[in-house]
Design a protein around this ligand. Structure first.
Ligand SMILES: Nc1ncnc2c1ncn2[C@@H]1O[C@H](COP(=O)(O)OP(=O)(O)O)[C@@H](O)[C@H]1O
Ligand SMILES: [Mg+2]
Length: 312
């Protein structure tokens, strides 16, 4: 954490410019040749090489000597660009302790300019479990050559998109800003459902109903299926035990192939948890839940179509 904030403070505008040049080229050519960097920096080779040496020493960039000297950003370098943006634009004025390391992210506490506590989620794909990621996430499996930092950026974008669409209708963290692979969102003062020791039977019953209701509403009103729902991606607020559904980057559009299977799997995972721990199950079976959600979504869609035709 110390290296992290110190590095952020020590970076000069020239360092940032250099990192951005490498970032820009990296999307197309992975490693950017030294010559290109010198050309774009419009500085003497001596100055540029000096800067590169400094950034390399701080592990912000990687070096490759063959077929020509070239550089690319590390995750740390990419982090710095995103943090810099968030701090310079006052989205985040302080970075606090780490809330946790998820399977594909690091999550921090932060403070926004208006004094609110925020949650900062740094997406990190391809760092821990490469295979799992590719299998889970259709949108990335379609782009096999994408580098981990850009996969993570897409992941953050998708999460921001889902949260933006959902937060008015169901309990999800309100998104504040996304930059590169980082999403800043409302901090949920609560606990992960899987960490909750024991709930009262009646509370557990209500919570399961609320979760199913949220999942159903996301599909019916927005055509969004979570795609990775389980007790690991639900938080309960400390204050009134309201369930919030978190972790949305892998969401699936209702119109995509096998959407019904993803929805069934989400229902199955969450119901399995409540059956096992509290012997509670919803009134409807998983098949009935899927069927009723899908038919409600279809009639909502045709209602919208009729409204549109009438307006024409
Ligand atoms: N908005 C939030 N407020 C508070 N804690 C959060 C928030 N979002 C995530 N967390 C914490 O960080 C952990 C990991 O976040 P999550 O979005 O599930 O990412 P991952 O894909 O890595 O599992 C969560 O289990 C939760 O404890
Ligand atoms: Mg999670």
């Amino acid at each position: 954490m110390r290296t992290f904030t110190t590095t952020l403070k020590e970076l000069t505008p020239l360092d940032i410019r250099l990192l951005k040049i490498i970032e820009h080229h990296q999307r197309l050519i992975d490693f950017t040749p030294l010559e290109t960097i010198i050309e774009y920096m419009k500085k003497s080779p001596y100055t540029v090489e000096d800067l590169l040496r400094k950034l390399h020493k701080r592990k912000l960039i990687e070096y490759r000597s063959f077929p020509e000297p070239a550089y690319r950003l590390t995750f740390f370098g990419y982090d710095m660009l995103a943090w810099r943006f968030l701090v310079d634009n006052d989205y985040v004025v302080a970075i606090g302790r780490k809330l946790g390391v998820g399977k594909e992210s690091e999550v921090f506490l932060g403070q926004s300019a208006d004094g609110n506590t925020v949650c900062i989620k740094v997406h990190r794909l391809g760092v821990r479990n490469f295979r799992y990621t590719k299998r889970q996430r259709q949108y990335i499996a379609e782009k096999p050559d994408l580098q981990p930092i850009f996969e993570s950026r897409i992941s953050a974008k998708r999460e921001y998109q889902a949260l933006s669409r959902l937060h008015h209708t169901i309990n999800v963290p309100k998104p504040l800003i996304q930059n590169r692979h980082i999403v800043v969102m409302e901090f949920i003062d609560g606990i992960d459902l899987y960490k909750v020791k024991k709930l009262e039977f009646n509370d557990a019953k209500i919570i399961l109903e609320e979760i199913i209701d949220a999942i159903t509403t996301a599909v019916i009103k927005h055509g969004i299926i979570h795609g990775d729902l389980s007790e690991f991606n639900v938080m309960l607020t400390y204050k009134d035990a309201l369930p919030y559904i978190i972790d949305w980057p892998q969401w699936i559009d209702l119109s995509s192939p096998n959407a019904d299977e993803y929805l069934a799997r989400d229902f199955h995972h969450i119901v399995r948890y409540f059956v096992k721990k509290y012997q509670i199950r919803p009134q409807l079976s998983i098949e009935e839940l899927v069927e009723s959600t899908l038919s409600a979504a279809r009639s909502q869609k045709s209602e919208k179509m009729t409204q549109l035709t009438e307006e024409e």
